[in-house]
Design a protein around this ligand. Structure first.
Ligand code: ADP
Ligand code: MG
Length: 304
């Protein structure tokens, strides 16, 4: 999944391997670049079948595209590629190129038959489940570990954290959230049995002519999201939902993201704005703390 992975599991050591296999199996089904993956074949042929966890991932991804009104769009890949994020040969594309690619970005044209797992897409479209795969993978690994009786574990997939139970001593896990403009943790969330998933502009970006361009795209403009946020952390029971939301709330910006939170009951969130203000939703009030270095940060609580 193109990321560093760290698992701390309190239990039988063989479980590490099993949990890792869940991730590699999912990756081999949904990778955009592996010619043997089911998604790769669908992207090549315009049609194909998803099996097992990949099918569930697709269904969840499409649901989240609809729920976020297209702020999440799993067909945004041609845009991501045009900006060079797929090869790290970064560039600012010509506006005409972006305009020619935007018609290919429209998740509503993806046909997915949940009964058979068959997917059909229009010519030229590319499906990329990267914005949600790590969260779903973490969720599946956590599920497996819980079924095997694990009551204490912390899975970290490149900043996508999945907490199982609490620490072995019964106290909550402490998950640091990075300062989007620095290298140190800015705040700490105390959580048990929750996913904590962050999307930040600082994770992958390039600079050109004094401007920063990052890897989270606004599917409506074909440009990197420019919503006034520089990081979004989503906390909830379902890692897949949290991952999808972290990307899409980043695209939406604070106002729309807060409105979506107000209508929902399956997540809480932390927003850091470009001007370094922090907003937390009220459900996190009692498990949130700034680190010492950032103690003077202004934190506002969003209420329902
Ligand atoms: P990361 O995977 O780096 O933790 P995200 O979960 O936020 O970060 O996913 C970002 C990845 O998803 C990008 O690298 C890109 O491939 C893809 N992507 C970017 N913008 C969108 C979007 N609006 N909707 C769906 N996928 C996106
Ligand atoms: Mg995400």
């Amino acid at each position: 999944m193109d990321t560093s992975i760290e698992f701390n599991i309190y239990g039988d050591a063989s479980l590490l391997k099993e949990a890792q296999n869940v991730l590699t199996d999912l990756e081999s089904e949904v990778s955009v670049t592996d010619p043997d993956s089911e998604i790769y074949k669908i992207n090549q042929d315009g049609t194909g079948t998803l099996t097992g966890n990949a099918g569930d991932l697709m269904q969840e991804a499409l649901e989240m595209c609809r729920r976020t009104d297209g702020a999440l769009d799993i067909s945004v890949y041609p845009i991501v590629r045009a900006w060079g994020f797929t090869t790290e040969e970064y560039q600012v594309p010509e506006e005409t190129e972006i305009e020619s690619l935007l018609p290919l970005v429209d998740y509503t044209k993806i046909q997915y038959d949940t009964a058979t797992g068959t997917v059909s897409i229009p010519k030229g479209m590319t499906i990329d489940l990267g914005s949600i795969a790590k969260g779903c993978g973490g969720q599946l690994a956590a599920q497996l570990l819980r079924e095997k009786g694990v009551t204490s574990a912390l899975l970290n997939l490149g900043g996508n954290v999945q907490a199982i139970g609490s620490k072995p001593d019964g106290s909550p896990w402490q998950v640091g959230i990075q300062d989007p403009t620095g290298d140190t943790p800015m705040m700490v969330l105390s959580v048990s049995d929750q996913a904590v998933i962050t999307s930040g502009g600082y994770e992958r970006y390039f600079e050109q002519d004094g401007k920063t361009y990052w890897h989270i795209m606004d599917p409506s403009t074909g440009h990197p999201a420019d919503s006034g946020l520089c990081s979004v952390t989503v906390v909830g029971k379902d890692g897949g939902i949290c991952d999808a939301l972290s990307t899409s709330l980043f695209v939406m910006g604070l106002e729309k993201a807060a409105a979506l939170w107000q209508q929902s009951n399956d997540f809480e969130a932390v927003f850091v704005t470009d001007s370094h203000e922090v907003y937390i939703t009220e459900g996190l009030k009692d498990c949130f703390a700034l680190t010492e270095d950032h103690a003077d940060t202004n934190v506002k609580v969003l209420e329902k």
